[in-house]
Design a protein around this ligand. Structure first.
Ligand code: UD1
Ligand code: CA
Length: 456
């Protein structure tokens, strides 16, 4: 049974009060509509169509996925009309599933269960019972409990308004039946719209037993209409992800103060302190500890690494048992080998640092190749940029760079070399030798400290 998915995303989202189309607002750093698209993909849908609204080219251009069928619905004449626009793109599938672009947390398992039920019948609805069903279409059932029709809030009689089982909007229908039903839709209702929900009564009139399924969690079917709801669903998402990680063996000191905006692959006994933000694709090896207020973005941290508080690590690789922070910044293309120590107020960019080397305080290392067991003193700066071009600094194994030194690239400090504190190194230095560039120290006996002039 092949399945095509249509994702309705033409709504304006007026209540977002935004220049950005609603479905491009982000949840966990990913556009709302991409959540629905990725879930549809995880179902192995044979075809996915996205219905976008007038002026919604921004949606198409942002998502920019040529595997999707993009269908414009210039005027929003209702959910039935929206699905109709997508039918030509879904002509060759057996079943059509309808998802909403502003309902991001629907689970693959729920949709799979819905699809499984569609083996038995031509129409299956995803419904949910709500304490407050206001605003939703109500599921009207007969005395035997079979679905009869859906009535929209604005068209409902008082006794129908009391029904707590509502239409989530998500459904799956036989493709050819859907086409026949949609062709017969009329807009003679309170909103003057072509309601997709009217297909239910049509199916029942053909003696089709309309199926239904309920999601495990209510949040799966909640939509985003304003920024308050967006924030609520973001929290739900984070809660689910935090619980998943904890069950997989990650310690989160406080799951309510942890944010995952991408994917985290974590080894055994990883410990993450509060206010840590994980973005992009992050890999943490066994026993990695991440200190409070740290940001990890697209990086790979090997086993046994300790990252202390307040670090920002982006597009970098850290070798086993390294110690980073507090207050370290590792920028793109940084590669640290095993047991490297990087301390407070150290910034490293596009550099490799070999095993056991230490850069513990207040340094900038950029475009550098640092050897093994090198000690880089406090305040060392690689001057990698002349205002036009960038150059490389090479530091050999066992070199010792005295504090407050500048290494003006391109320059090479040979193996075992020592640089005296406060030096400005502009020429390559010989191995196992002390090199320093420093003005001579003097003391002036005749000098007197100035004193304040008395005021008259
Ligand atoms: C719809 C259902 C209602 C259900 C509710 C769940 C109908 C007639 N009603 O009502 O039974 O309880 O969803 O949230 O289907 N859209 C388009 N083009 C359109 C109209 C809508 O793409 O012409 C999209 C919207 O962007 C949105 C979704 O379809 O993502 C639902 O539309 P909305 O207007 O919110 O429907 P409701 O009135 O809430
Ligand atoms: Ca709605």
């Amino acid at each position: 049974m092949s399945v095509g998915v249509v994702i309705l995303a033409a709504g304006q989202g007026t209540r977002m009060k935004s220049a950005l189309p609603k479905v491009l607002h982000k949840l966990a750093d990913k556009p709302l509509v991409s959540h629905a698209i990725d879930t549809a993909k995880s179902l192995q849908a044979d075809r996915i169509a996205v219905v976008y609204g007038h002026g919604g080219e921004q949606v198409l251009n942002t998502i920019n996925d040529s595997n999707l069928a993009w269908v414009e619905q210039a005027e929003q004449l209702g959910t039935g009309h929206a699905v109709e626009q997508a039918l030509p793109a879904l002509a060759d599938v057996d079943r059509v599933m309808v998802l909403y672009g502003d309902v991001p947390l629907i689970k693959q398992e729920t949709l799979q269960a819905l699809t499984d039920k569609a083996q038995q019948t031509e129409l299956v609805l995803l419904t949910v019972n709500l304490d407050d069903p206001t605003g939703y279409g109500r599921i009207v059932r007969n005395a035997a409990g079979q679905v009869e029709r859906i009535v929209e809030q604005k068209d409902a009689a008082p006794e129908e308004l009391a029904i707590s089982e509502v239409n989530t909007g998500i459904l799956i229908a036989d493709q050819s039946k859907l086409q026949q039903w949609i062709a017969k839709l009329e807009n003679s209702n309170a909103q003057g719209e072509f309601y997709l929900t009217d297909i239910v009564a049509m199916a029942v009139a053909e003696s089709i037993a309309v199926g239904s399924h309920q999601p495990e969690h209510e949040f799966e079917v909640m939509g985003v209409n304003d920024r308050v709801q967006l924030a609520e669903l973001e929290r739900r998402y984070q809660q689910v992800e935090a619980e998943r990680l904890m069950r997989a063996g990650v310690t989160l000191r406080d799951p309510a103060r942890f944010d995952l905006r991408g994917t985290l692959q974590a080894g055994q006994d990883v410990e993450i302190d509060v206010n840590v933000l994980i973005e992009g694709d992050v890999i943490l090896g066994d026993g990695v500890q991440v200190g409070a207020n740290t940001v990890l973005r697209n990086c790979r941290i090997a086993a046994g690494v300790q990252i202390k508080e307040n670090c920002v690590i982006e597009q970098a690789e850290v070798g086993p048992e390294a110690i980073i922070g507090p207050f370290s910044r590792l920028r793109p293309d940084t590669k640290l080998a095993a047991k490297v120590h990087v301390g407070n107020f150290v910034e490293i960019k596009k550099s490799t640092v070999d095993e056991g080397s230490k850069i513990n305080h207040l340094s900038y290392v950029g475009d550098a190749e640092v050897g093994k067991t090198v000690n880089i003193g406090a305040g060392t700066i690689t001057c990698n940029y002349d205002g036009a071009n960038k150059y490389t600094t090479v530091i050999g194994d066992n070199a010792f760079i005295g504090s407050d030194s500048q290494l003006v690239a391109p320059v090479e400090v040979a193996e075992g070399a020592t640089i005296g504190a406060g030096s400005t190194i502009t020429k390559n230095t010989p191995p196992n030798t002390l090199t320093l560039s420093r003005s001579k120290q003097m003391s002036l006996k005749s000098w007197n400290r100035p004193v304040k002039q008395p005021k008259d």
